[in-house]
Design a binder for this molecule. Structure first.
Ligand code: TRP
Length: 341
């Protein structure tokens, strides 16, 4: 069975962009068709200035939201990265396979490092090595497919490169993974600035719809989305990015096709109204389930405990094999096991 792994970072409130760009498909497709793991990647939240209490709160919230999107612990494994030591252990080995030049070329590092420096802050070393930890997240489970938004394509590509290089140097150890992207609305843009992504790390903004926004807040944000000059509804990402964004959001929410939908609407107003309602309807069941889960924190904790246990059992043999292959001496207890088995 295909092994699937993906993760969400608890650094901000999750957005419609995260949902339509990736999460929706995890629950609807991946958990049914594959042996899937979904992880709250909390170690990644420490790569930029952070507040410990906030990271804890957002990690809990991200876990609840993963379940609220419809992930079923009977069908897939939901867990928190820091509960499984193997990620960090493998990350170090992969640092011994990656090069510093490779890290400095990563687009997301360059963008974030510039932003941190502009703010007068320093750049944490872990921000540079972030993609290696992400590669470890993926490779430690023998992952075949990584369903992510297309902004993560370069990082998954690095994971592939590191797997191939490690295998070539030290013998076959890792499955070589590949990224998969949803067909529409891979990249939901900011409603007030359709040139930039609807990310979750930015501050609260009127152009970002959060998964936990009240219906009226969602409506207001969508109705106030910037559109382009012109009056006809046409689907043209280059010339009419604001409009294209709305059409793509509507298409992703309703299972339609953006260019076909553009033919249905005569005015921007009607398109916005329908898009707003479509988003409200998509978020409604997620918000209802999230509310129920918040009322039952013991359940979420139990899911995470079981998830971590299952994940550890999958990760351990891969890390053992990698330690052996790269030349580390097996510890006495391991030798006994190896001698017997
Ligand atoms: N870097 C991803 C993001 O910013 C989060 C992530 C960390 C991830 N490790 C991963 C995604 C492994 C997929 C697989 O969204």
């Amino acid at each position: 069975m295909t092994r699937v792994f993906s993760g969400v970072k608890p650094t901000g409130n999750l957005t419609l962009g995260n949902y339509l760009g990736a999460m929706q498909r995890w629950a609807a497709v991946d958990q049914h068709q594959a042996d899937a793991l979904f992880c709250v990647v909390d170690l990644h939240a420490l790569t930029v200035e952070h507040d410990p209490a906030r990271v804890r709160r957002l990690s809990r919230q991200a876990a609840s939201l993963l379940l609220a999107t419809g992930l079923d612990p009977e069908l897939c494994t939901v867990f928190v990265q820091s509960h499984v030591d193997e990620h960090a252990r493998l990350s170090y080995l992969l640092e011994c396979v990656a090069t510093d030049g490779e890290m400095r070329r990563m687009i997301q590092y360059r963008e974030k490092a510039v932003r941190e420096r502009e703010r007068g802050g320093s750049v944490r070393l872990s921000l540079l090595t972030y993609p290696v930890l992400m590669a470890a997240d993926i490779l430690v489970y023998g992952t075949d497919e990584v369903p992510v938004g297309d902004d993560q394509a370069q990082h998954v590509e690095l994971a592939r490169d590191l797997a191939v290089r490690f295998n070539r140097r030290y013998g076959y150890t890792f499955v070589v993974p590949r990224a998969t992207h949803p067909t529409v609305a891979t990249r939901v843009m900011n409603l007030q600035d359709p040139a930039s992504k609807m990310g979750k790390s930015e501050d609260v903004g009127p152009g970002i719809v959060y998964l936990l926004d009240e219906p009226d807040v969602v409506r207001k944000k969508v109705l106030r989305a910037v559109t382009d000059s012109g009056r006809e509804v046409v689907y043209d990402r280059e010339a009419r990015p604001g409009l294209a964004n709305l059409l793509e959001i509507l298409a992703a929410c309703t299972g339609g096709n953006p260019s076909e939908l553009s033919g249905v609407y005569e005015s921007y107003g009607a398109l916005k109204k329908d898009t707003a309602e479509a988003v409200v309807e998509v978020l409604r069941p997620v918000q209802e389930r999230h509310k129920a889960l918040c009322a039952d924190p013991g359940y979420v904790e139990e899911v995470l405990r079981d998830g971590a246990e299952r994940a550890r059992a999958m990760a351990r043999p891969t890390v053992d094999a990698a330690y052996q292959a790269i030349g580390l001496l097996a510890a006495a207890a391991d030798i006994e096991v190896t001698a017997q088995g």
